[in-house]
Design a protein around this ligand. Structure first.
Ligand code: CO
Length: 471
């Protein structure tokens, strides 16, 4: 629609969120980030993605760190650069739909504490699940970026993405993200989708992809040719593999093209050097998360899911090939949900059960049952009614938004955690991750949380257990 006079590509640097989420299970501590922040603010990034469900969870669960305080630290250091985050729509920062009152207060507090850009997505592209978060974010004056979640399936036709993008703008989105969490978008698909979206909306379009399949660098270049406005990259020490393409590479690649970012790559070298030094304190499993994973092209299984399989299978790891072949079958049975949190966990766990329990759907997870009952929203494709019935019997299938049936969540939570909370932020941490936050708040009361960021003790349990979100 609009003619892009200035073709300069803007960069959202994801080092502080998706970079360490993808390569090191979101374990980067704030004290290893702080030495980078002033210099990062001087680079001229359009935004830094620095907050989201997994970072919030990992702060409380593994790092003994208050995620809200982390946000305030970012705000303090980033004086010129917008702060950006990822929100799972009605699932907020978690794995299930929350009542609207929780969404509204959460978004208010995120903006109060300094968030500028809120990227919202729904795993099923069911836009009803984005209504409340978009409305609330607009009401708080945030920039709302609506996402279309990219996947490959017989029901995900190219025209669908432009239609979704148009609806997202009508709902109030200030920009659009094409979100390829699996890193499977080909350069041609990236070109076609960005172009078709640019034809029907006149807000900026951003491409988020992962290097997993090895195509991301080429995909970003083709997206630039199609008129993309912003791309997501991560500083080189936390780039490539299951993370984003490297920021330095992208900046150098676009030099002397009409898409020149105008950024000075030499400003990034010292930041990356410092980060690389800080990463020596961590055990990054490059054999799992680095390089190119061709499995993703065959099975669409993104990096985060592979880590989960390794854990879930444990001693049965030799059955991984069977599980990988089962994933697309489960996905087809469920009407082709994109593999992103929470459907990636749902499909992955069910595939593991189908392989290990001696028969398909002999054991069915509660999440799959809830999904078949419409509690996560509308499945992208058709689901065989016989199949549905065999798993959930006569349970009625919701036709409306599940959150419409939920009682407000804050009053009860306030009752439960009132004895420990000092602020609404504490209350929200509790609503998002009850047991984990309660323990954190107790530790804080006992003076055992890390607030001065000088504590160098290592938590040896880090990184061994848990679910890895896929975004
Ligand atoms: Co991502």
């Amino acid at each position: 629609m609009s003619v892009n006079q200035n073709k300069a590509i803007k960069i959202c640097d994801t080092t502080l969120r998706d970079g360490h989420q993808s390569l090191m299970a979101t374990r980067l501590k704030i004290e290893d980030m702080i030495p980078l922040l002033e210099a990062m603010d001087e680079v001229g990034f359009y935004s830094v993605e620095c907050w989201g469900g997994a970072t919030f969870d990992a702060c409380l669960r593994y790092l003994n760190e208050d995620p809200w305080e982390r946000l305030r630290v970012f705000r303090k250091y980033f004086k010129n650069t917008k702060l950006q985050m990822l929100l799972r729509g009605q699932n907020l920062l978690g794995y299930r739909p929350y009542p609207d009152d929780v969404i509204e207060l959460f978004i208010k507090k995120m903006v109060d504490n300094g968030m500028d850009i809120i990227r919202v997505f729904d795993a099923l592209n069911d836009l009803r699940n984005l209504e409340t978060s978009i409305r609330a974010a607009k009401a708080e004056g945030a920039h709302v970026q609506g996402s279309v979640v990219y996947t490959i399936s017989p029901v995900h036709v190219p025209e669908m993405y432009a239609k979704l993008a148009k609806e997202l703008v009508e709902m109030g989105s200030d920009s659009i993200c094409v979100k390829d969490m699996g890193g499977i978008i080909s350069p041609t698909a990236a070109y076609n989708i960005v172009k078709s979206i640019k034809e029907v909306v006149d807000v900026p379009v951003e491409l988020h992809t992962h290097y997993t399949s090895g195509m991301a660098g080429a995909a970003l270049l083709k997206a630039a040719e199609a008129g993309v406005d912003i791309v997501d990259t991560a500083l080189s020490p936390l780039a490539m593999g299951t993370s984003q393409p490297a920021t330095e590479t992208l900046v150098a690649m676009l030099k002397e093209t009409p898409y020149d970012t105008g950024l000075d790559v030499s400003k990034m070298y010292p930041i990356s050097a410092e980060l690389r030094k800080n990463l020596r304190n961590y055990n990054i499993k490059y054999d799992v998360v680095g390089g190119v994973d061709a499995n993703v092209l065959t099975y669409q299984v993104p990096g985060g899911m592979m880590s989960n399989f390794a854990e879930q299978l444990g001693p049965n790891i030799d059955r991984l090939p069977e599980v990988l072949e089962e994933v697309p079958r489960v996905r087809a049975d469920l009407g082709y949900p994109p593999l992103v949190t929470p459907s990636s966990q749902m499909v992955g766990s069910q595939a593991v059960f189908n392989v290990l329990s001696g028969g398909r759907y002999k054991m069915v997870t509660n999440e799959v049952k809830a999904y078949l009952a419409g509690q996560y929203g509308k499945a992208p494709g058709p689901i065989d009614e016989e199949f549905r019935k065999s798993l959930i019997g006569d349970t009625p299938v919701l036709q409306h938004r599940f959150a419409d049936d939920l009682e407000p969540g804050l009053p009860q939570a306030r009752k439960e955690i009132g004895y420990l909370m000092e602020s609404d932020e504490d209350l929200l941490s509790y609503v998002a991750f009850p047991q984990v936050a309660e323990k954190f708040l107790k530790d804080r009361m006992a003076g055992k949380t890390r607030t001065d960021y000088n504590i160098a003790e290592e938590n040896e349990e880090d990184g061994k257990k848990g679910v890895y979100p896929v975004q």
